[in-house]
Design a protein around this ligand. Structure first.
Ligand code: ADP
Ligand code: MG
Length: 619
C-alpha cells in the first residue's frame, strides 16, 4: 500500500522453491504440519488426550505432568481401551473409530472425529500408548517411534504417555513459556472438560504432587462449585432456558451477577453440545444481556451449556474445534441474550433469594408478598406520554401511595409491641435511618442493609419507564418533513436488506438515490430523536452479529435512563421512614434493582456476624 519494496537482487528462496517439481509430502511431514495447527503447547496435548478418554467412556481420568507438561504428559483413563490389532491404526493419520461417512460427520456426537491427534502428537514427541480392552487378558504397549509392540501391565483402559514435546521442532519449543505458565494452561484445559462432564472424576498431578482433583459429581451445579469455587456459585444465578420447540436451542448454566464481573474475560465458559468453544456470537449475545446492568469495560462471568440439534451446527470449521458455525446465528444470539437477561432480571433483593426469606411459612413474608403493589403506573404513563423529564413533584405525588402498613407489625399481637420489634423477613429489612443524606440504613434478619437511595430509585424509575414505554415504543410516527442524509453503500444495502426489521422498529428508512437515504418515520418513543443519527446507529447495529431489534431499544433505553436519573430522588433529600420503607419494598419487586442504571450496586449488606468480627466479639 505504502512505499514499493526495494527491487530484488536475487529471486527470494520462495520463488526458487516454486520452480521445483510437484511432489506429495512425506507422511511424517504432513503430520508435523497438522501438529502445527492443532498442538500449540502442552495444554493442547492434554485437551486432545482427554477428548479421547471421554470418547472412550472413561469415568476417571488422571493427568500426570512434568515440567509443565513439556517433559512429560501422561493421561490415564478407565475407558473401553483399544484392541491390540487396532493399536497401530490409532497412531495413523486419518484413522478413526468415530466416523465412517459424511452423514456421520454431520451428526457427530464425539469430541474427536478427524483421526489426526495421536498421529500429530507422535510426530512431534515421544509417544507410548498402553491399552487394554475388557476382553483382553493383558495390556499392550505400542512405542510410536519404533512401532514396537510389547505386553504390559495395566487394568482396562488406556494410558497415553507423551515425552519431550516439540523435541524435533525446536522453533516451536522456543515459544513455550515458563513451566508454571504451561502448567496453568494444562490445568485450564482439564477444567474446561471437567465443567461439562460432572459424572467423570478428574485428577491432575505435577511432579508427583496433586494439583487439582474433582470427584465425580451428581449435578452440574456441584461440579461448577467444585471447579470454580463456592464464591462463583454464590455470586451467580441459574440460567435455564429449555428448547422452545423440539430441535431448537436450549441453554443451561450459571451467569454471574454484575457485581461478580471482572476486568478480564477469563471466566466465560461456553459449551456447544458438550464442546468448549469460543464463539463471538454467543459472547456478544451474553454481553448484550448485561448491557443494562453492567457498564464500561467489565467482563461478566458465566458457564453456559448450549444444546442444539448437531445438524444445525458445524463443528468442523477450526483445527482445534474451538470455533463452530451455527446455521441460524440470529436464533442463537437471541436465545443466549434472552436466557441470561431473564435470569438476571430477578433482583437478589427479592423475597426468596436470601436464606432468611426462603422460609416460605413465615407469615411476615406472606404479608409482604400480599401487600398491594404501588400504584405508580398510571402516573408514569402520563409522564411518558408527555415525554418530559420527571420532576420531584411527580415523584412525591407518586411515592406517597405506599402499602397501608410499611411493615406488617399490625398483624403481630398487641403484647408483642412492648417487646423489641421483630425484624420482618423482608430481604432488605425495615428502614431505621438515613445517613449523610445519601444512604438508607435498614435492619433485616441477617444484620445491616445499606442502600444508595438515589442509585436504587433511579433503577426503579427507569424500569418503570421501560415497562410503560414498551407498549407504544415501537409504533411508527411519521415525520412531517422526511429527513434525508448522505449514506454509504453499506448503509444503503443494509437499509434495503433489513427493510422489514426497520419497519417493525417503527423506522422507515429508504434509499432515494445511490448515496442518499430518507427517514420518513421514527418509533413513537423516540419521536424527538435526531432522525439521521438514529437511522445511522440503527443501521450500524443491524450490521452487528444478532444486531437486529437491539438498536432502537438501546437508543430508547438511553433516553429513558436519562429521564430516570432526573427523576430519581436527589441526595440530601430528607425521607421519612415510611418513604424509605416504600423504596425498599419497591426494590424488592423491581427487576435488575441490584444495580443502578450505570451498573453500580444499589445496596450492600453487613451481617451481624461481620459486625461481631469487627468488634472482636466472641473471641
Ligand atoms: P480421533 O479422536 O479424531 O478419532 P485420534 O488420533 O485422537 O483421532 O485417535 C485415533 C483413534 O484412537 C480414535 O478414533 C480411537 O479409536 C483410538 N483412541 C485414542 N485414544 C483412545 C483412548 N484413550 N481410549 C480408547 N481409544 C482411543
Ligand atoms: Mg481424538
Amino acid at each position: 500500500m505504502n512505499a514499493l519494496p526495494p527491487p530484488f537482487e536475487k529471486p527470494p528462496a520462495a520463488v526458487a522453491a516454486a520452480l521445483r517439481p510437484i511432489r506429495p509430502l512425506p507422511d511424517e511431514l504432513v503430520s508435523q504440519i497438522a501438529a502445527g495447527e492443532v498442538i500449540e503447547r502442552p495444554a493442547s496435548v492434554v485437551r486432545e488426550l482427554i477428548d479421547n478418554a471421554l470418547d472412550a467412556g472413561a469415568r476417571q481420568i488422571t493427568v500426570r505432568l512434568q515440567a509443565g507438561g513439556v517433559r512429560a504428559i501422561v493421561v490415564e483413563d478407565d475407558g473401553g481401551g483399544i484392541a491390540a490389532a487396532d493399536l497401530p491404526l490409532a497412531l495413523q493419520r486419518h484413522a478413526t473409530s468415530k466416523i465412517a461417512s459424511l452423514a456421520d460427520l454431520e451428526n457427530v456426537a464425539t469430541m474427536g472425529f478427524r483421526g489426526e491427534a495421536l498421529a500429530a502428537i507422535a510426530s512431534i514427541a515421544d509417544v507410548t500408548v498402553i491399552s487394554r480392552t475388557p476382553a483382553a487378558s493383558h495390556a499392550i504397549a505400542l512405542q510410536a517411534r519404533t512401532g514396537e509392540l510389547a505386553a504390559a501391565a495395566r487394568g482396562v483402559g488406556t494410558s497415553v504417555d507423551v515425552r519431550e514435546l516439540f523435541f524435533s521442532t525446536p522453533a516451536r519449543r522456543k515459544f513455550l513459556k515458563t513451566d508454571a505458565t504451561e502448567l496453568a494452561h494444562c490445568v485450564e484445559a482439564v477444567r474446561r472438560h471437567a465443567l461439562v462432564r460432572p459424572e467423570v472424576a478428574f485428577a491432575i498431578w505435577h511432579e508427583g504432587k496433586l494439583v487439582e482433583q474433582w470427584r465425580a459429581a451428581d449435578s452440574m451445579a456441584q461440579r461448577v462449585r467444585d471447579v470454580l469455587g463456592a464464591a462463583f456459585i454464590e455470586a451467580s444465578v441459574a440460567v435455564d432456558a429449555p428448547a422452545a420447540r423440539p430441535g431448537t436451542i436450549s441453554l443451561r448454566g450459571f451467569a454471574g451477577i454484575p457485581d461478580a464481573a471482572r476486568s478480564r474475560a477469563d471466566q466465560q465458559y461456553v459449551y456447544v453440545n458438550g464442546r468448549f468453544v469460543r464463539d463471538r456470537l454467543i459472547a456478544h449475545g451474553a454481553r448484550s444481556a448485561y448491557e443494562d446492568v453492567l457498564h464500561g469495560q467489565r467482563q461478566p462471568v458465566y458457564v453456559l451449556f448450549v444444546a442444539t440439534d448437531p445438524r444445525r451446527v458445524d463443528v468442523n470449521v477450526h483445527p482445534t474445534k474451538i470455533e463452530v458455525r451455527f446455521r441460524d446465528g440470529r436464533e442463537v444470539h437471541q436465545a443466549v441474550r434472552h436466557a441470561i437477561e431473564s435470569a438476571l432480571a430477578h433482583p437478589r433483593a427479592a423475597a426468596g433469594s436470601t436464606p432468611a426469606a426462603a422460609d416460605a411459612a413465615s407469615p411476615l413474608r406472606e404479608a409482604s408478598a400480599a401487600a398491594p403493589p404501588l400504584v405508580l403506573r398510571s402516573g408514569w404513563e402520563t409522564v411518558v406520554a408527555r415525554r418530559q423529564p420527571l420532576s420531584l413533584d411527580d415523584l412525591s405525588t407518586l411515592r406517597v401511595e405506599e402499602p397501608a402498613a410499611p411493615w406488617p407489625a399490625a398483624s403481630a399481637p398487641l403484647a408483642a409491641q412492648q417487646a423489641p420489634q421483630p425484624v420482618p423477613a423482608w430481604p432488605l429489612g425495615r428502614a431505621i435511618a438515613q445517613l449523610g443524606g445519601v444512604y438508607i440504613l435498614a435492619e433485616n434478619t441477617q444484620g445491616l442493609v445499606i442502600v444508595d437511595m438515589h442509585a436504587a430509585h433511579e433503577r426503579i424509575v427507569y424500569e418503570r419507564l421501560k415497562a410503560a414505554a414498551n407498549s407504544v415504543a415501537m409504533q411508527a410516527q411519521a415525520l412531517l418533513v422526511p429527513c434525508t442524509f448522505a449514506a454509504t453503500a453499506l448503509e444503503i444495502a443494509t437499509a434495503q436488506a433489513e427493510a422489514l426489521t426497520l419497519q417493525e422498529l417503527g423506522l422507515d428508512v429508504t434509499p432515494i438515490g445511490p448515496t442518499q437515504l430518507a427517514v420518513r418515520s421514527l418509533p413513537a418513543a423516540l419521536a424527538d430523536a435526531d432522525p439521521a443519527a438514529l437511522a445511522r446507529s440503527v443501521l450500524a447495529e443491524l450490521q452487528q452479529p444478532g444486531g437486529a431489534s437491539r438498536a432502537v431499544q438501546r437508543a430508547r433505553d438511553d433516553i429513558l435512563a436519562t429521564m430516570a436519573c432526573h427523576g430519581a430522588v436527589r441526595a440530601n433529600r430528607q425521607l421519612t421512614i415510611s418513604e424509605m420503607n416504600a423504596l425498599l419494598r419497591d426494590m424488592e419487586r423491581t427487576e435488575r434493582s441490584d444495580q443502578c442504571n450505570h451498573g453500580r450496586p444499589t445496596w450492600r449488606a453487613v451481617t451481624l456476624k461481620e459486625l461481631d468480627t469487627l468488634f472482636l466479639r466472641g473471641r
